[in-house]
Ligand binder design. Structure first.
Ligand code: ZN
Length: 493
């Protein structure tokens, strides 16, 4: 797809669709041909348009004997922010696709007063790229209704800069989706490592992959135990990007369960078919690294994925096992389906001890309880450091990927206390509740004093329902959030 700014409309018949965003303040006064101007005037003055309560008002007219789709997009009036602009424009572009429009002209200046901030109009461009996504690799009949040209008719200065940034952030988000959407047979730990290497080579960061013997040497026994039951052996994927001379180094960790059957604490069959998405945290971290490196941010980042499969075999770990983690702390396993936190425990110890990072942000599809708490449109965040969390929240406001901070209440720590080890991996049998919090408290134990934010994306990373900005499947949540945090870090340095 080709996206660009146009300051003058050569010939409107070059387009088959016109997307007109509007608000109460819009005057619909475009310098286009008289015919089109008349038609838009006529449409906006009719009663049906005035009484339209929906976001979208679509009409197909004839212009110079050609069919022309006109899509009016009503912007959210209250508190315009990145998230609303992204979601509104996604609806607009989805509507263009639904009407089989391929060449779209966007009358952006009709809402110039609402959208004149860089972070906002950049979102409108992102929406065009991201709403054009389909995962049709395994369909012999490919999606036909793809946007080919999107021209933004606007006088905004610096618009080209936003197009470049949006192209990169969208590519990272689409990469994240593709990694998540691949079936588990095609996205094993080894394949995920290969994809990370390929991405590193394309966008400019170093990738080192450690195989099982090396992971054994590192004493990452909690991580290794989770992967013991599978012939697809664990891989430790380490990605490094050094764009700054400063000594400040951010650590990113993504949960990378390329398949989670639950192990011997087996999952019900209904929830098994989407369990290849249990590496959505890892995918988001790889996506973020690709954006950060492509945008050549002046920051230093190490990102780690402890990739493995949680399966059942005569070698798999068992409920009742006691694991010696890389940190030296012993963990009682009372539920093999609470495996993500075991891999994360060793991953945070590794990144802290071997790479001396100043702070850690982890993304993980960690608990179903986060969906009960917050629903599917907002991730839960946890921290041991208010300042770091404040910045992550700022990044989330810019990226439009919503988070909500939940507490790390120490009273809940009792439900992961073990009779036989230092800690246990699940609250099984406890009636205290707060499953997402106790999972965060478990990771916090291994993070120790390092400033840390944990984002539970179990709800936001996957959709069972088509959204304006995403088909069913992987949503690509988090890549842009992490990139925007890195961008804020850069401003500080
Ligand atoms: Zn699990």
């Amino acid at each position: 797809m080709n996206i660009k700014q146009v300051k003058k409309i050569e010939n409107e018949v070059n387009y088959d669709s016109i997307l007109i965003p509007y608000s109460k303040k819009s005057n619909f006064n475009f310098e286009v041909s008289e015919i089109l101007k008349e038609k838009v005037k006529w449409l906006t003055e009719n009663q049906e348009f005035k009484e339209n309560d929906e976001k979208i008002y679509e009409r197909v007219i004839t212009n110079n004997e050609e069919q022309l789709k006109i899509i009016f997009l009503k912007l959210s009036e209250e508190k315009i922010n990145s998230e609303k602009i992204f979601s509104d424009f996604s609806k607009g572009f989805s509507s263009c696709r639904k009407l089989k429009g391929k060449k779209v002209l966007v009358m952006l200046d009709n809402v110039l007063d609402q959208i004149n901030k860089y972070d906002l109009y950049e979102k409108a461009i992102e929406a065009a790229y991201i709403a054009n996504y389909d995962f049709d690799k395994y369909k012999t009949k490919k999606a036909e209704n793809k946007l080919e040209i999107v021209d933004f008719y606007t006088k905004i200065e610096n618009f080209d800069k936003a197009v470049i940034e949006a192209e990169n952030t969208s590519k990272g988000t689409i990469l994240t989706r593709n990694l998540v959407n691949e079936p588990p047979m095609r996205m094993t730990p080894e394949k995920l490592a290969e994809e990370a290497k390929k991405t590193g080579a394309n966008s400019g960061f170093e990738v080192t992959v450690y195989d099982k013997p090396e992971i054994v040497k590192l004493n990452m026994n909690a991580f290794l135990s989770v992967g013991k039951g599978s012939v697809n052996t664990p891989k430790l994927i380490v990605m490094e990007y050094n764009g700054s001379k400063s000594s400040e180094k951010l650590g990113l960790v993504g949960k990378g369960l390329t398949y989670d059957s639950g192990g011997y604490s087996i999952k019900p069959s209904k929830s098994m078919s989407t369990m290849h998405s249990d590496m959505a945290g890892a995918a988001a971290v790889i996506g973020a690294m690709s954006i950060i490196a492509s945008m050549k941010l002046k920051v230093n980042i190490v990102a780690v994925v402890a990739a493995c499969e949680n399966r059942i075999s005569h070698e798999a770990y068992l409920p009742g096992d006691i694991l010696e983690s890389m940190s030296g702390k012993f963990i009682e396993v009372n539920n093999t389906d609470a495996e993500g936190r075991l891999t994360l425990a060793d991953a945070v110890t590794y990144i802290k001890d071997k790479h001396k990072v100043n702070s850690i942000v982890d993304l993980a599809t960690l608990t179903g309880a986060i969906i009960t708490a917050l629903g599917k449109y907002r991730a839960g965040s946890f921290t041991n450091n208010d300042d770091l969390h404040e910045k992550i929240e700022k990044a989330s406001n810019i990226s439009g990927e919503k988070i909500w901070r939940l507490p790390c209440d120490e009273e809940l720590r009792q439900s992961i206390e073990s009779n036989v080890a230092d800690i246990r991996n699940s609250t099984q049998g406890s009636t205290i509740g707060g499953g997402s919090i106790t999972a965060a408290l478990f990771i916090k134990e291994f993070v120790e004093e390092t400033p840390w934010v944990h984002i539970d994306i179990a709800g936001t990373s996957w959709t069972d329902k088509k959204l304006p900005y995403s088909p069913k499947g992987g949503v690509g949540y988090g890549a842009r959030l992490l990139y925007n945090y890195a961008k804020l870090m850069q401003r500080e340095n």
